[in-house]
Design a protein around this ligand. Structure first.
Ligand SMILES: Nc1ncnc2c1ncn2[C@@H]1O[C@H](COP(=O)(O)OP(=O)(O)OP(=O)(O)O)[C@@H](O)[C@H]1O
Ligand SMILES: [Mg+2]
Length: 243
């Protein structure tokens, strides 16, 4: 049985980093087939995760979504893979694309995409945008088997969630079921983690800060295992808790 996990939360709270690290961790620990979907079509994520790939090596999930019906072969064709890593793939948007690049797609088509991905992979990890105007994110938050909601210990995260969560009070968004986590995205965050927690509902885990992880994002190898034992040990415990 395939499991769909949506990563949602405040802007800049470490969603993309967490989604990528979670995917790699599941891939290694469970010897599972894993697909990551980067939903963002306002700041396309593939060029950020794979900055060292040639432009022609990156393809777009938008092409698969533009077809009248979601076609399994087309979806596979649009997957970005890593050398020597079978059964580990990434889907997303590429440089220069935006919401007008492809015909609009609705929730039914997104559902159909996720259903095809579930038939292909043991785990489908969806890196959602903070705003659920993005249909890939909206369907994921409403229908994934699990939703992980991140915030950074910053006033900006607290302010964002205080403003936006009321918009998603409808039970279809299942706010009460989300697994809440804090991600320490900066070394010198001024807001104490305990204070941040008091603004949130029920924080289940804290992702520690890692300079090496930050560097991986800059170097374009975030999907590789990081050389930071403290981070890896903590992260493994988080994965066991949430998967
Ligand atoms: N555990 C961590 N340790 C160190 N730096 C981190 C960690 N998690 C995230 N970061 C850094 O925090 C910044 C934001 O991370 P990321 O892009 O993953 O957030 P996001 O929630 O996806 O942002 P957006 O809302 O723009 O999509 C990046 O510079 C990233 O390298
Ligand atoms: Mg992101």
């Amino acid at each position: 049985m395939s499991k769909v996990i949506a990563i949602w939360g405040a802007p800049n709270s470490g969603k993309t980093t967490f989604a990528t690290k979670l995917a790699r961790s599941i891939y290694d620990e469970y010897q599972a087939t894993v697909v990551v979907v980067y939903a963002d079509n306002e700041t396309p994520t593939l060029p950020i995760i794979f900055p060292n790939y040639k432009k022609d090596d990156l393809c777009s999930v938008g092409v698969a979504l533009a077809k009248t019906d979601i076609d399994r072969h087309e979806v596979v064709k649009q997957m970005v893979t890593i050398k020597d890593k079978q059964n580990f793939a990434f889907l997303g948007f590429i440089d220069g694309e935006n919401k007008y690049t492809y015909p609009t797609f609705d929730a039914t088509k997104v559902r159909s995409l996720y259903s095809v991905l579930s038939s292909l992979a043991d785990y489908v990890i969806i890196d959602c945008t903070s705003s659920l105007k993005n249909p890939l994110s909206k369907v994921a938050v409403r229908e994934a088997d699990e939703v992980i909601r991140l915030s950074a210990p910053t006033l900006k995260s607290v302010s964002y969630l205080a403003s936006q969560l009321p918009l998603y009070i409808d039970p279809m968004f299942r706010l009460e079921e989300h697994i809440e986590g804090i991600c320490v995205t900066d070394e010198d965050l001024y807001m104490p983690i305990e204070e941040a927690k008091s603004h949130l509902h029920d924080v289940r885990f804290t992702i520690p800060y890692s300079q090496a992880v930050k560097q991986q994002m800059l170097d374009g190898n975030l999907y590789e295992v990081v050389n930071d034992k403290k981070f890896n040990d903590k992260f493994k415990a988080i994965v066991e808790k949430v998967v």
